[in-house]
Design a protein around this ligand. Structure first.
Ligand SMILES: Cc1cc2nc3c(=O)[nH]c(=O)nc-3n(C[C@H](O)[C@H](O)[C@H](O)COP(=O)(O)OP(=O)(O)OC[C@H]3O[C@@H](n4cnc5c(N)ncnc54)[C@H](O)[C@@H]3O)c2cc1C
Length: 287
């Protein structure tokens, strides 16, 4: 069996290596989310086909074919370098593929490109205080009033709500239907009047999660993905992408390389940590 990538892929790897080498000086440490530098870098990655590679051009992607080997090569070469990696997160990894699959043309045009560029940060409004594992029992209410949804209720464990411009949110719109058939999937701008965000402080002192309260929050009726009452289907499409993004081997690889760099730069009693046999042995076990 020939396990070589072959000339086409070897050539592609050289292209990626050369891009990585040319951009080794790019440093975004300290740059806030949505800063011009971050957005420009994200766009550079898209323009070169190193991010959003198979997303159609008309929605802001590179417009290339799906090629798993090329995707692997990009991830491998980026992981070996300290250049900034493409952004991830709930918008890019979960909402964008959901919209490409199930969104309207207007929704794709409005949200996919700015999300890929890192200009819109999203949060996921699924969990509620009494609806976690049994998510379909959720009670946040959405009622249609003319051409607007009026939303009342509470979400919890909403990561990134503090920074988010938008929320993809599950609400009960058909209270008389069986629970899985009474849910709709709405796109809610987080600056809409009536939204209150309360960070949840953890034992560490950090606040990575939030409670989000909705009081008579009004959004356009068109901000629904899929049909009324079919939000469970859309929610599961999103969850498929969430599961795919967990335990990402590229992230693990990046962290391992960062650990090795740290062990090379830190010293104990004047000796590099990586040169100490006991730590070297531990590193090998982690690897
Ligand atoms: C890192 C992280 C980030 C998150 N980010 C978000 C987010 O951005 N947006 C969002 O909406 N949610 C988010 N969540 C919330 C997550 O989806 C909830 O933790 C999940 O819904 C579980 O809900 P719960 O905490 O109420 O647990 P519960 O549902 O109360 O479960 C508690 C325990 O009981 C067990 N259990 C539940 N039902 C049964 C049963 N019938 N039989 C046997 N055992 C059972 C569960 O397995 C669990 O061990 C996040 C969670 C984590 C850990």
């Amino acid at each position: 069996m020939d396990l070589e990538y072959g000339p086409e892929y070897n050539e592609f790897r050289e292209e990626v290596r050369s891009f990585v080498k040319d951009n080794e000086g790019v440093n975004l440490i300290g740059e806030s989310l949505r800063s011009t530098a971050r957005v420009e870098w994200q766009q550079t990655l898209i323009d070169n086909g190193y991010f959003a590679r198979s997303t159609p051009k008309e929605y802001g992607g590179f417009g290339g074919d799906i090629d798993i080997l090329k995707t692997r090569i990009i991830a491998e070469e980026f992981a070996k370098s300290s250049i900034p990696k493409p952004l991830g997160g709930q918008g890019i990894q979960m909402l964008v593929p959901t919209l490409l699959e199930l969104g309207t043309e207007e929704q794709k045009q409005a949200y996919v490109k700015p999300t890929l560029r890192g200009e819109i940060i999203w949060c996921q409004g699924y969990s509620e205080p009494n609806s976690g594992s049994d998510l379909a029992s959720l009670q946040t209410k959405g009622e249609l009033d003319g051409d607007e949804w009026v939303i009342n209720g509470q979400k919890i464990w909403t990561s990134t709500a503090k920074f988010a411009q938008m929320c993809f949110c599950l609400v009960r719109t058909e209270p008389d239907a069986p629970k899985h058939q009474g849910i709709s999937y709405l796109l809610i701008p987080m600056d809409t009047p009536g939204i209150e965000i309360r960070p949840i402080k953890q034992m560490t002192g950090d606040a990575d999660f939030n409670e989000v309260f909705f009081t008579d929050v009004r959004i356009p009726a068109a901000n629904i993905v899929g049909k009324r009452g079919e939000g469970w289907k859309v929610a599961n499409a999103t969850l498929t992408h969430e599961r795919g993004s967990l335990a990402d081997p590229d992230v693990m690889q990046n962290r391992l390389y960062a650990l090795i760099d740290l062990m090379k730069s830190e010293t104990i009693d004047g000796e590099r940590v990586i040169d100490k046999p006991v730590f070297r042995d531990r590193l090998l076990r982690v690897q």
